[in-house]
Design a protein around this ligand. Structure first.
Ligand SMILES: [Zn+2]
Length: 311
């Protein structure tokens, strides 16, 4: 019996024992077969669990991807709301530029902003077409809004500076009647009330009771407060931008040389000082070294304001 063995079976019902001869080859074949079966079973079992784990992971990833896409789409909707606000801002910018007398930016520039259109990201091989479309949509909108926001920021800054500069100019341009009263003599050639000769009258005379308040007609700096035989007590204000105003025949003054004054600031009281035929203010406006007609520097709305201020 070379390499084999015999298995004896002793039945419990006392029937004769049975012998089963097993050759070595059959035994080892059975052992190998059992090992292979066991191995295959183990392999499949582990594989099954691995596969189900991967499937679970894949399911989670898919859910995560869908949620991310949903959230990106939701951001896209909010960006479109922002886009609507931006359009309103651009409309306001357009209106303000007209008010500020600035050239229009042009709709083309407004739509694309200062840069070109967004570069399409078509190189991605990881993203599915729908995900790529959503991301490009949102990314493109975001890029455009950023460029538009930058453009509008610059435009509003230009408008602000322009309006601020204009306000400064307005504040320093003579533009109100310096006191209440009636115009007794205008700017131009007239017969001198003392000599009777035709002479140039460089100012506007406003007559009223002595002590009538005299206001600075624009913001500026007092550059002179002196007395002359002709104009009596005189105040000169330099307003910048080439403007100066002169106030003559004053009774009392409330400002000194070098003092800064604001429009509507009371600087003096009407008087009759100097060569004057009666209480009145002699008011001159100079622009770039030349006398100009003061009546052109008294605007209607300020005359109305003067009325509201009494007297
Ligand atoms: Zn005069």
């Amino acid at each position: 019996m070379k390499g084999g063995f015999t298995l004896w079976f002793f039945p419990h019902d006392r029937t004769p024992p049975k012998a089963l001869y097993v050759s070595a080859k059959a035994f080892w074949t059975a052992v190998v077969l059992a090992a292979v079966l066991l191995g295959a079973f183990a392999f499949h079992t582990v594989g099954y669990y691995r596969k189900s784990a991967r499937e679970e992971e894949l399911r989670k990833l898919r859910a995560e991807r869908n949620e991310l896409l949903d959230r990106v789409a939701s951001m896209g909707r909010r960006l479109r709301e922002l886009d609507a606000h931006m359009r309103e801002l651009m409309a306001q910018d357009k209106a303000l530029r007209i008010l500020a007398d600035l050239p229009d930016l042009g709709d083309d520039l407004r739509v694309v902003g200062t840069g070109g259109p967004a570069v399409r990201d078509s190189g991605s091989v990881l993203l599915s077409p729908d995900a790529l479309a959503t991301l490009e949509d949102v990314g493109g909108l975001l890029d455009r809004l950023l460029r538009q926001a930058e453009l509008e920021r610059e435009s509003f800054e230009t408008i602000r500076r322009r309006l601020a500069a204009d306000k400064n100019l307005r504040d320093h341009t003579p533009s109100i009647k310096p006191c209440a009263g009636y115009y007794s003599s205008g700017f131009g050639m007239r017969k001198d009330p003392f000599t009777g000769r035709w002479t140039m009258h460089y100012g506007l005379d406003i007559a009223n009771r002595p002590g009538t308040p005299i206001y600075a007609t624009a913001d500026g700096k007092v550059i002179a407060n002196f007395y002359t035989r002709g104009l009596g007590r005189v105040i000169i204000i330099d307003h910048g931008y080439g403007y100066r105003t002169v106030y003559g025949h004053l009774r009392r003054t409330f400002v000194r040389r070098g003092q800064k004054v604001k429009r509507w600031q009371k600087i003096a009281e009407m008087g009759n000082s100097g060569r004057s035929t009666g209480p009145h203010l002699h008011y001159e406006v100079w622009h770039n070294g030349r006398p100009v007609n003061p009546i052109n520097y008294i605007f209607t709305e300020d005359r109305t304001l003067l009325a509201y201020r009494g007297r």
